[in-house]
Design a protein around this ligand. Structure first.
Ligand code: PHE
Length: 460
């Protein structure tokens, strides 16, 4: 087939624009909100180590595979998978792999938007000085009251969803490129400032120890699965987001180099977020394992006590919101591109349709923190005891759907696709780099995902 020159949806203006957009997709709530709290829940250092190994050995090769598939197919993940499967003389049903990803992205966005709404609400709270000189208990209770009221959460969720759909409706180049160019450096600078604060005012040594000292007795089989799932989540892999972004990538841009840059930037942001949060946790006798509220219970404390805290705090939550924003658009893009291609509707129509569906689904997450906080439907299984609908949704998507998607992407690109096709797609010479990539996606990724899955359900 050879690559089509461009996608009908448009194209990034350069490799650099793609790098920023993909970094924008990767860096999000996963780094600043989720990474610290799941690290806290899973005992720290050992968990972080497993996560880093997964990024290097699974994340980077799968990212390369996804970008390559996208750029070669030049369509939404569903149609890309179908076209590439046909090219390889295989069943068109590989399109279901794209379908699986589309559904995963949709489900993730339904809760992602609710949490991004929390960040949005906290922009205003910090700006109004709500946390000035607050005590740890005070900050805690503000958060508890906040999530207990569904109509408030609904308001912020709605706002965030509208923001997302506006950008998606405007298309690939319609502002996003310009936006991320300012956002990413801004976020980074803010994190540096906050690390400085945590060094001075937090228990920095204990924070570092928690984050980097691996105590393997603290990590469970399920913890390993969560670490691996998070490697997929944080790099936006396994569901077609990076694939669809790859379909807008110009030819002759090095996929390998770009993927490494994106993964490094993403990892750095996550580790820095950890270095901000844990020192504050330990200095204030908070619990690292306190769950999804962690950053909303720690950072306001820091802001409440530092000079200019209301200002920096506001800026920080704005940046978190923006980081979430540049990720949320990539969560829904595969579904929107697919609707446009298969139903012939306009981009605006497709965005509104998907947006409304996703918004409705978000109710499940909203109610998980209040009306349905005690609704834990899978209590009969030890594994899922005490998990709310939000917890289950998160588990299903991050820890099952994304690794499964990644597994199938690996199988497809290293076993189904012809060797020349993947080499041509990656624009790599036959040589050590290409062979290492192929070895990783052919053997290491599928085997690792299988082992981690089977151990988590205690089969081996
Ligand atoms: N990578 C994003 C984050 O870390 C979340 C995401 C997952 C985005 C999957 C797109 C696809 O917040």
């Amino acid at each position: 087939m050879g690559s089509k020159p461009v996608s009908i949806h448009g194209q990034w203006s350069s490799r650099w624009a793609f790098t920023l957009a993909a970094t924008g997709s990767a860096v999000g709530l996963g780094n600043i909100w989720k990474f610290p709290y799941i690290t806290g829940e899973n005992g720290g250092g050992a968990f972080v180590l497993v996560y880093l190994v997964c990024i290097a050995l699974i994340g980077i090769p799968i990212m390369m595979a996804e970008v390559m598939l996208g750029r070669r197919g030049r369509q939404s993940p569903v149609n890309t998978m179908k076209a590439l499967a046909l090219e390889a003389g295989q069943s068109p049903y590989w399109k279901w792999l794209g379908g699986l990803g589309m559904v995963a992205g949709f489900l993730i966005l339904s809760y992602y938007s609710v949490i991004a709404g929390w960040a949005l609400a906290y922009v205003f709270r910090t700006a109004f000085g709500v946390f000035t000189l607050a005590t740890p208990k005070g900050v805690d209770s503000i958060f508890a009251h906040f999530i207990a009221a569904p109509e408030g959460l609904l308001f912020w969720h709605t706002l965030f969803m509208v923001m997302t759909m506006i950008v998606v409706a405007r298309g690939v180049q319609g502002g996003l490129e310009k936006l991320v160019k300012f956002l990413m450096p801004g976020l980074f600078i803010m994190l540096v400032v906050l690390v400085g604060y945590a060094m001075n005012s937090g228990d920095f040594i204990q924070g570092l120890h928690f984050l980097f000292y691996p105590d393997f007795s603290k990590i469970t089989r399920n913890g390993v699965l969560i670490a691996m799932g998070h490697a997929f989540f944080t790099l936006s892999l396994g569901m077609g987001a990076i694939m669809v972004y790859g379909s807008y990538l110009p030819n002759h841009a090095s996929i390998a180099r770009t993927s490494v840059i994106i993964a490094l930037a993403d990892t750095l942001v996550a580790l820095m977020a950890g270095m901000v949060i844990f020192p504050i946790v330990f200095a204030n006798n908070l619990q690292p394992g306190s769950g999804p509220g962690l950053i909303f219970q720690t950072l306001p404390l820091a802001f409440g006590h530092m000079p200019g805290g209301a200002f920096f705090g506001t800026l920080f939550f704005i940046l978190v919101t923006f980081a979430a924003w540049s990720s949320s658009i990539s969560l829904i893009e595969p579904a929107v591109a697919w609707l446009v291609e298969n139903r012939g509707v306009s981009r605006i129509h497709a965005s509104v349709t998907m947006g409304i569906l996703c918004w409705l689904f978000g109710f499940l997450t909203i109610f998980s923190f209040n009306l349905l906080a005690n609704f834990t439907p899978l209590d009969m299984f030890e594994h899922f005891k005490g998990k709310t609908l939000f917890d289950l949704l998160d588990y299903l998507t991050s820890d099952i759907m994304l690794p499964l998607g990644g597994f199938l992407i690996a199988i497809f690109s290293a076993w189904i696709m012809k060797r020349e096709a993947s080499r041509d797609g990656l624009e790599m010479e036959e040589g050590l780099a290409y062979m290492s990539w192929r070895f990783l996606v052919r053997y290491i990724t599928p085997i690792a995902v299988m082992i981690v899955f089977l151990r988590a359900i205690e089969v081996i």
